[in-house]
Design a protein around this ligand. Structure first.
Ligand SMILES: Nc1ncnc2c1ncn2[C@@H]1O[C@H](COP(=O)(O)OP(=O)(O)OP(=O)(O)O)[C@@H](O)[C@H]1O
Ligand SMILES: [Mg+2]
Length: 140
């Protein structure tokens, strides 16, 4: 079943949150659950030369918490279980790796960078080409 176990990558953007809302709606209709995944990139904390990993981990936690809080009512009403996870590495590679364990991925076409003239961001581009499960791309 396509929407029983949905992977929803989130980067802290409104677009990602919007795609997560759509995912919760789909899961509610199909008796499914969703897994929020945020990935910390090495470049997020290594470029300054000082160790800001603590800070980056804290803000990653806040991205997840904010999404969970925003989705809470909708998830409760639809009887949808939301789990979440923070990983570290290359976002696209990690999402592709995780895709084997899910029925589908719901992902926004753009994220934090969001230059509107480009259709796909780098992460949504690689994921839509290489995921091992169906990908529902949410255009903004
Ligand atoms: N670090 C991340 N962790 C989890 N999901 C991510 C991450 N980065 C992007 N995504 C997912 O991919 C979607 C598209 O973002 P993407 O990064 O591809 O586009 P962008 O930020 O507009 O452009 P850029 O390629 O410059 O980053 C996001 O809305 C989010 O769902
Ligand atoms: Mg991005």
């Amino acid at each position: 079943m396509l929407f029983h176990n949905i992977l929803v990558p989130i980067d802290g953007s409104d677009q990602a949150l919007h795609s997560a809302e759509i995912a919760v709606g789909l899961a509610a209709q199909h008796g499914g659950k969703i897994h929020l995944l945020h990935i910390i990139r090495p470049s997020d904390y290594s470029f300054t030369g000082i160790d800001i990993l603590d800070l980056v981990q804290k803000s990653a936690g806040e991205i997840i918490q904010h999404a969970e809080a925003s989705l809470k009512n909708m998830a409760e009403q639809g009887n949808v279980t939301i789990t979440s996870e923070i990983a570290m590495g290359n976002p696209a590679s990690i999402i592709v790796k995780y895709s084997k364990g899910f029925d589908s991925i719901v992902i926004a076409s753009r994220g934090l960078t969001g230059l509107s003239e480009i259709l796909l961001g780098s992460v949504s581009n690689v994921v839509s080409h290489h995921a091992n499960c169906p990908v529902l791309l949410i255009r903004n």
